[in-house]
Design a protein around this ligand. Structure first.
Ligand code: ADP
Ligand code: GN1
Ligand code: MG
Length: 378
């Protein structure tokens, strides 16, 4: 971190209602969107850590609304945990640290928006799932999160990114990037473009079901890739889902889809050796089992009927977004090498092809597990 950046960051942190002496500050995490830092304070002799994030304003046009949602959602979950007398509550939901003025954010000298959370200790995230039992834990964590928010009262949550999982809008952005092709990259990626053209209709199934009212709108997370889920280092239990910027109305199927995309495979999102990218039916079964053990209680039949399509749809939309960003010149996702977004797009396509080859097994697993966990009457 350069000196100017460090001094900006220090003055931002000084505006939060934090006690003690700031001892250490370092960049943190592998997210593609926000700037994340961890700090360590010494409070009367005890080290305590916090997480600080600058909200990406190109992605989130209304950081105030993002924070409004996050305060409501975390407050709701925290009070439910308190009512239930749950142990270790401050590791089971993110805790927003207020500014000295009582706001859930601090503005920096350049107008940037910052937030702080208690740092959840002895927890970690994974880029690739390490066992079916971990896959089950991840599924359960997301199902529980949706269940915790099923009774959130008050006005509809803000749409922090309008049309976030709307395939039609994502194709409009793709078409625009393809026709302008500012860096002349399209010619060399004809196969990937061809895949996206051939799958245009199929990809719209979930968005259409939601738009036509065939499945209900519910509060969901919308970004449940596995490295947004904190796991306890000691017990391996799921603690909570982080990265709450996109919590808003949508379909729970989107969250299932992002879990399938990232958990039901043994390869990282940016794996370059495509022979390693495959859909894993054992991890899939485990994660769906965990998810339905929590969410089976509220899902309707119209939703469970689309479960088998969820992973394919979200993998498709991510592949499309990575390709769009590659064509547009890598403006959206953080990249750490040339062609990074193209690599990411290629893994998504390879994963879909592997899912398609195993579709019968997916249908069977979905049928068996939904029958086991279906809510009465569904
Ligand atoms: P991005 O939007 O850039 O993905 P995240 O909100 O996901 O940013 O944060 C980046 C990483 O920081 C997460 O993947 C997770 O590992 C970690 N993280 C987030 N919140 C906390 C927290 N309160 N305590 C500990 N680690 C956290
Ligand atoms: C982004 O913020 P992060 O890295 O958890 C993106 C998701 C993508 C993901 C792909 C707000 O998630 O939609 O699935 O990258 N978040 C946003 O890794 O666009
Ligand atoms: Mg993240």
């Amino acid at each position: 971190m350069n000196a100017a950046r460090l001094s900006l960051l220090r003055s931002v942190i000084g505006e939060f209602a934090l006690l003690g002496d700031l001892e250490e500050l370092e960049p943190f995490g592998t997210g593609h969107i926000n700037d994340t830092f961890a700090s360590r304070f010494r409070q009367a002799g005890t080290p305590v850590r916090y997480l600080h994030q600058r909200v990406n304003e190109t992605v989130f046009r209304r950081p105030d609304e993002v924070m409004e949602n996050i305060v409501r959602v975390t407050g709701h979950i925290a009070s439910a945990l308190e009512k239930a007398g749950a142990a270790d509550r401050s590791r089971k939901v993110l805790t927003v640290v207020r500014s000295r003025d009582g706001e859930p954010f601090v503005r920096d000298a350049e107008g940037g928006w910052w937030r702080s959370y208690l740092f959840i200790e002895s927890a970690r995230t994974f880029e690739v799932a390490d066992s079916p039992s971990q896959a089950r834990t991840l599924g359960a964590c997301v199902g529980r999160f949706q269940l915790q928010l099923a009774d959130l009262g008050g006005p509809r949550l803000r749409e922090t990114i309008p049309g976030f999982h709307d395939m039609g809008r994502r194709y409009e952005a793709f078409d625009a990037a393809l026709s302008s092709d500012p860096l002349g990259r399209a010619e060399a990626v004809a196969r990937e473009i061809g895949f996206m053209e051939a799958n245009r209709e199929r990809g719209a199934v979930l968005a259409r079901a939601l738009g036509d009212g065939l499945i209900p709108e519910r509060i969901c997370h919308n970004d449940t890739k596995m490295n947004n889920i904190l796991i306890d280092e000691g017990s391996g239990e799921g603690l909570c889902v982080t990265d709450l910027d996109t919590v808003m109305p949508g379909s729970p199927l989107y969250d299932v889809g992002d879990l399938v995309r990232t958990v039901a495979t043994r390869a990282a999102e940016d794996e370059r050796d495509l022979s390693r990218v495959a859909f894993d039916p054992v991890f899939f079964r485990a994660l769906l089992d965990g998810y339905l053990s929590e969410a089976g209680a509220f899902l309707e039949r119209a939703e469970t009927e689309l479960l088998a399509e969820a992973g394919r749809t979200i993998t498709h939309i991510m592949g499309l977004r990575f390709l769009t960003d590659y064509l547009a010149g890598d403006a959206y996702y953080r990249i750490s090498r040339q062609g990074h977004n193209l690599d990411r797009c290629r893994t998504q396509i390879a994963l879909i092809e592997s899912m398609d080859a195993q579709r019968e097994a997916i249908d069977e697993t979905v049928g068996e597990l939904t029958a086991r966990y279906a809510r009465s009457g569904a």
